[in-house]
Write a protein that binds this ligand. Structure first.
Ligand code: SF4
Length: 462
């Protein structure tokens, strides 16, 4: 028994020999293999490993300890005692117990429980803070990242700086070349602007993530409750992953740790500045939440950070699939799209006519119109539609005197695909002019939606 315990304490990946004293509950002298890495682990008695790991206690933190390694290559194979069945961990209860815990405490708990079977998901943004917390625990840790092939140069530079700063190797995961090739060849490089980001994210992010997680029993994310009012408001500090499977397969085989759940963006940034760690250069250019280059843009002061991601889509559902368990669909009407943040309808001015589906179909099918129509295809949750409401109302008032009808058609939800196929809908808002004496609609080509620009468009083309 003493020899076995000694052997366990010498395992460099799973246990910090300076800090942890495993408590063995009813251990007998039979042996099991402790995984040398994620590939060999599957052959071991994983249930026993889990039980053993869960019995480890986290003690004092040692900020002065050596920086952690991303230790994918550890190759020790040692023996451990067979362990008797112990109580299953109740992660809901643990999350409640950790509700006021600091990120450092949560990180230490996570690393102490899962050793080499847990890894930090690093996106190349401010979640470098996770790596700093892991370092401060003094425990070994692993870091993995998804290289979608569409990241900003600044993000790749940060990866290199982080590897150097922490003396670690990030475990990169890549999409399947065949799938990327098929998508790009059939739909082009920017299909996500036309038909949503899900397909591309699925190929470039979600599937590679699934592969990476199948080699782990737990992962650590940088999710915070304040990141997205729609999707992350209830993120717990720890949970059984609601979406993905871990090493052992099946529901409940993966645990997700969110050490930053309790803290705000402001606190994270103060900590990053204090600790003087590498950060993505894009943060100095107004970017807050950073993802792939074509799908991320800077936000203005006062704008929510997620507004810089997939800005052409419903702000309430901005998850790329990595944290899709955060998205709840209301049970009573799963197919409809609701206005986010309680937003009401737009363009309710008396000068703006509201078209029904039948009405816009008829307008689009007329060979010759007696008068020109200006129509906005909109969604009330869209921030860009909201932003142009005042100018569109003014345009409607002005064009009334010129005999041009001004109308609106709500084009999200069940009407979206019709509008995409027949009315040139790309992103919201799409503005169309149906000239008189013509069968074709002309799409407003600019993102400038001020009164003068819209009036010039309508008056010159009517
Ligand atoms: S964020 Fe954009 S480019 Fe990146 S995987 Fe998703 S849709 Fe594709």
């Amino acid at each position: 028994m003493a020899a076995v315990t000694q052997a366990l304490l010498q395992h460099p990946a799973a246990f910090n020999t300076q800090q942890q004293k495993p408590r063995l509950s009813g251990a007998r002298s039979n042996t099991i293999s402790v995984p040398a890495n994620k590939f060999s682990a599957k052959k071991s008695s994983k249930k026993q490993q889990r039980i053993f790991a869960q019995q480890l206690d986290s003690h004092s933190l040692q900020p002065e300890s050596r920086p952690g390694d991303s230790c994918a290559c550890l190759a020790a194979t040692i023996t451990a005692p067979e362990l008797v069945e112990v109580e299953k961990v109740d992660y809901n209860e643990m999350a409640n117990n950790l509700i006021h815990a600091s990120p450092l405490e949560i990180m230490d708990k996570a690393l102490s429980m899962f050793g080499n079977d847990i890894a930090i998901a690093f996106s190349g943004a401010e979640d470098v803070v996770l790596i700093e917390y892991a370092r401060l625990t003094g425990r070994p840790f692993r870091v993995f990242s998804l290289d979608t092939g569409r990241l900003n140069p600044e993000t790749y530079q940060l990866f290199a700086e982080v590897e150097k700063h922490y003396n670690i190797h990030i475990e990169y995961t890549f999409p399947e070349a065949v799938e990327v090739q098929a998508l790009v060849r059939s739909k082009g490089l920017f299909s996500f602007y036309e038909d949503g980001h899900q397909e591309c994210c699925s190929i470039r992010k979600v599937k590679p993530l699934k592969r990476a997680l199948k080699g782990l029993r737990a992962w650590i994310t940088g999710q915070r409750r304040d990141q997205s009012p729609g999707t992350r408001a209830t993120v717990p500090t720890v949970q059984v992953d609601p979406s993905f499977e871990g090493l052992e397969g099946g529901v409940g085989s993966l645990v997700k740790w969110n050490p930053l759940a309790n803290v705000t963006c402001d606190v994270v940034w103060k900590f990053l500045r204090t600790m003087d760690v590498p950060v993505n250069a894009l943060h100095h250019k107004g970017y807050v939440s950073i993802g792939c280059e074509p799908c991320t843009r800077p936000v203005l002061p006062g704008q929510h950070e997620r507004e810089g991601r997939w800005w052409w889509e419903d702000s309430k559902a901005k998850e790329c699939g990595l944290h899709k368990g955060n998205i709840e669909i209301s049970g009573d009407n799963k197919n409809s799209v609701h206005a986010a943040n309680g937003a009401g309808d737009l363009f309710s001015n008396e000068n703006v006519l509201r078209l029904t589906r039948e009405g816009i179909e008829r307008l689009a099918s007329l060979k010759e119109r007696k008068e020109a129509w200006l129509v906005v295809l909109y969604a009330p949750w869209c921030q860009f539609c909201q932003a142009m409401e005042a100018s569109y109302d003014e345009v409607a008032y002005n064009l009334k005197a010129h005999g041009i009808k001004v109308a609106k058609f709500r084009a999200d939800g069940e009407h979206k695909s019709f509008c995409q196929q027949h009315l040139q809908l790309g992103t919201f808002p799409t503005i169309l002019l149906f000239p008189k004496n013509s069968s074709k609609a002309i799409k407003y080509p600019s993102e400038k939606r001020d009164v003068d620009s819209l009036l010039a468009f309508a008056k010159t083309l009517q």
